[in-house]
Design a binder for this molecule. Sequence first.
Ligand SMILES: C[S@@+](CC[C@H](N)C(=O)[O-])C[C@H]1O[C@@H](n2cnc3c(N)ncnc32)[C@H](O)[C@@H]1O
Length: 222
Amino acid sequence: MKRILRAILTRIKSLFLSSTAKRHGLVGQPELWKIKRDFQIDYLKSVGLKPEHYLVDIGCGTLRGGIPLIEYLQEGHYYGIEFRDFVLEEGRKELKENNLENKVPVLLVSKDLATLSMDAQFDYMWAFSVMIHMKDEIADKCLMMVSKHLKPNGVYYANVNIGEWAEGNWEGFPVVCRNLEFYKTMASKYHLKVEDVGDLKSCGHITGIDKQDSQRMLKFSK
Ligand SMILES: C[S@@+](CC[C@H](N)C(=O)[O-])C[C@H]1O[C@@H](n2cnc3c(N)ncnc32)[C@H](O)[C@@H]1O
């Protein structure tokens, strides 16, 4: 009942939003959109991302993080993967509005990361606010895909909820919370190591919302 009421309220609110705010709302709270856009490129640069690197943005959504990355990276070096086709469609509009189609990013809709075919190996693999929405079997497929496409010296960063929080739902996706051991065990299946880099706040993600800033950043490598 509560969930239905919340869905009705969200629908009513969306009737009063501008089309830009509606687009921003497809990947989270519109009022946090800029913080989360800036954080992604700033963080990736701080951990060594250079224009010549190849990067894949898993769960790229509407290219909230993708647009500055596409601008920064060399032509054809950004790959974005998204589950929801209508959301990626909004991302394509963002790309056009930002005059970045000439950077020819590779944008792919994928319903199953295990069968996704990409002819590229990546220096950086990135999933911002995505693994927190993956059921166990999908997280497993994600790490399998990462292991297949990560260069020997490449790194995969993903923020996760660690601890014992109440789980929830967002836009039809679950909101999951696990312990670090879970990720270590799953990663070792695919010959990956995991390091807990710190909370998002210490990585520069400062929204003032503890539940978000206290998420952990994990770094996976071979
Ligand atoms: C909270 S949004 C974050 C979007 C983007 N990373 C950003 O920061 O702007 C999570 C996105 O991940 C996508 N997603 C969830 N599960 C996925 C999966 N298994 N494969 C690809 N995308 C997925 C959702 O559709 C959604 O657009």
